[in-house]
Design a protein around this ligand. Structure first.
Ligand code: ATP
Ligand code: MG
Length: 569
């Protein structure tokens, strides 16, 4: 892979907004190449789940169509029944919609073109530029030669048109077992481009297809399907990732032989990101070896994982806009995605309070049955989000790390005899510390100043810290999952002699089984995103029940805690 590290090639803002592909479309429109039409497609193979690399292609294809008031198709390149499933088709459509794109009535399948492709294959046989071969897969590979050695012609290359037609018809009719024959294009076994050395067009595969069932026992190869499908759909700009650059001469050859409409193919660099892997093959290995808990594990780069993790689709689109589209491959820092996610959530996420490591606080100057509702601001960045009522009572939980019995000089939070602010509530002072036999603090005896309701003191008295809290009686139990990057190294596939498994970050998932959270969390729906004040942004996991919430942390906060301290708030 021709990889350069992030920083070697910096695109200007202008280039990102108007990349080389859009520039090319401008030129085509100016010259009238496609009569001003712009028609793109996103062409996934339904053999896995979409990841953020695919999102780059989705945003590019649908985005270009939007920018030029053109159209973008969704087309499944479903040529390999051995690896394809309806489940993948459904999840791919769900993910594209979630990202914010709509193919309207333009949903296509390459399998819809199987009959047409067969007809075209017969046409190439008749033209003498396709033949049935009997060599085995291994023999074909061996005959192909390599980059420095020309290939050799198959002994079956010069079969007559009649014999080829007869064999190909019988291949379709199911007369032969898997692997007995293939149909190949007759191009040039010494061609410097390996893809041109008589590529296979059809193989025999006695396997039902998710869409065509048992109709076929021969299936077209991807390379024989993709370009013709684009042609049938009258795509103007076929945008492909860079690995298809070497296939372009073959796609051109097929279209020229068939004398059909010819789209223009342009290649762009795939998205690569640090601390992750971005290919179905490696992602499958992570799932199958049990390093993650399934395809939508929030640590994976899959779109389903990002939804579960709480990444807003708008942030993913904005991230990809900032990355831009270029011809040259590079690796993008995962931190950029996290920071875009954080900015978006800061603007849009409602705030709540939750305590991850609860320490009980008993407020001695309140009666046992004290029950009070306090107003809390839902989103300081968005006044239209309004306020909510947070229940307050005699027993609360605060974060264990917010108390120290014997605080060092720079620790400003709660300590014996010290006063702090409880967010949206009162000033609170710690009178007494209760411990168990081992000396672990189990409870704090405190009192509040009733004159400070709402969190301000009438006499201008200052406190150095504001703590979040949850009323013990009203709290809801939660399991909270904190995530970190999946790998310990920036480029896991670049590590020589290392097994992927050995590069996994052992701290990529930390489960907190017994957090206590504010009851309004139960009003949220699965996948809703929110902020726990001082702890980060979170998202409701589908495993949540009414009794026990399961919450995933999307990203940490920027250090708002330090800023709050400075302001004395
Ligand atoms: P993978 O490498 O994950 O197996 P793929 O290329 O086999 O991906 P497809 O279903 O063929 O998966 O991908 C659909 C489209 O998405 C293709 O046009 C492909 O070029 C594009 N694509 C895949 N990965 C990336 C990526 N990392 N960056 C940009 N585009 C990508
Ligand atoms: Mg592919």
């Amino acid at each position: 892979m021709s990889t350069t590290w992030n920083g070697e090639y910096q695109m200007s803002e202008e280039e990102k907004l108007h990349d080389f592909i859009r520039t090319k479309i401008d030129e085509d429109n100016a010259s009238g190449k496609f009569e001003g039409r712009v028609h793109t497609r996103f062409p996934p193979e339904p053999n896995g789940y979409l990841h953020i690399g695919h999102a780059k292609s989705i945003v590019l294809n649908f985005g270009v169509a939007e920018d030029y008031t053109g159209l973008c198709n969704l087309r499944f390149d479903d040529t390999n029944p051995a690896t394809e499933e309806q489940e993948f088709i459904d999840s791919i459509m769900e993910d594209i919609r979630w990202l914010g794109y709509d193919w309207e009535d333009r949903l296509y399948f390459a399998s819809d073109y199987f009959e047409k492709l067969y007809e075209w294959a017969v046409m190439l046989i008749n033209k003498g530029v396709a033949y049935v071969d009997d060599l085995s897969g291994d023999e074909i590979k061996e005959y192909r030669g390599d980059l420095t050695t020309p290939g050799r012609n198959s002994p079956h290359r010069d079969r007559s048109v009649e014999e080829n037609l007869d064999l190909f018809t019988r291949m379709r009719a199911g007369e032969f077992p898997d692997g007995a024959h293939v149909l190949r294009a007759k191009i040039d076994m010494a061609h410097p481009n390996m893809n041109m050395r008589d590529p296979v067009m059809y193989r025999i595969l006695h396997q039902p297809h998710p869409r065509t069932g048992d109709d076929w026992c021969i299936y077209p190869m991807y390379d024989w399907t993709h370009g013709q499908s684009d042609s049938i759909e009258r795509i103007t700009h076929s945008l492909c990732s860079l690995e298809f650059e070497n296939h372009r001469p073959l796609y051109n050859w097929f279209l020229e032989q068939l004398e059909v409409y010819h789209p223009e193919q342009t290649e762009f660099a795939r998205l690569n990101m640090t601390y992750t892997v971005m290919s179905k093959r490696w992602l499958r290995q992570l799932v199958e070896e049990g390093h993650v808990k399934g395809w939508d594990d929030p640590r994976m780069p899959n779109l389903g994982s990002m939804r579960r993790r709480g990444y807003p689709p708008a942030a993913i689109r904005e991230f990809l806009r900032r990355v831009g589209v270029a011809k040259k491959a590079n690796i993008i820092d995962l931190g950029l995605l996290e920071s875009v996610v954080r900015d978006e959530l800061n603007r849009t996420a409602s705030r709540f309070m939750g305590v991850l490591d609860p320490l009980k606080v008993v407020i001695e100057n309140l009666p046992e049955d004290h029950d009070e509702g306090l107003d809390a601001v839902n989103n300081p960045e968005d006044p239209s989000a309004g306020t909510r009522t947070v229940p307050f009572s005699r027993e609360l939980y605060i974060e264990r790390s917010d108390f120290m019995e014997d605080p060092p000089r720079k620790f400003y939070r709660l300590a014996p005899g010290r006063e702090v602010r409880l967010r949206y509530a009162y000033f609170l002072i710690c009178n007494d510390v209760i411990k168990d036999e081992e000396g672990t603090v189990t409870e704090l005896r405190c009192s509040v100043d009733p004159a400070t309701r709402g969190g301000d003191s009438p006499d201008g008295r200052k406190v150095k810290a504001t703590l979040h809290w949850v009323s013990a009686r009203h709290a809801v139990d939660a399991e909270v999952k904190l995530y970190d990057r999946l790998f310990t190294v920036e480029n896991p596939l670049g590590e020589k002699d290392a097994k992927l498994a050995d590069l996994i970050n052992p701290d990529s998932l930390k489960v907190i089984p017994d957090a206590k959270v504010e009851p309004s969390i139960t009003d949220l729906a699965v996948f809703d995103r929110f902020q726990f004040e001082r702890l980060g942004y979170f998202c409701v996991d589908p495993d949540s029940t009414s009794k026990r919430q399961v919450l995933n942390r999307s990203v940490t906060l920027r250090d708002t805690w330090a800023r709050m301290q400075k302001k004395g708030k």
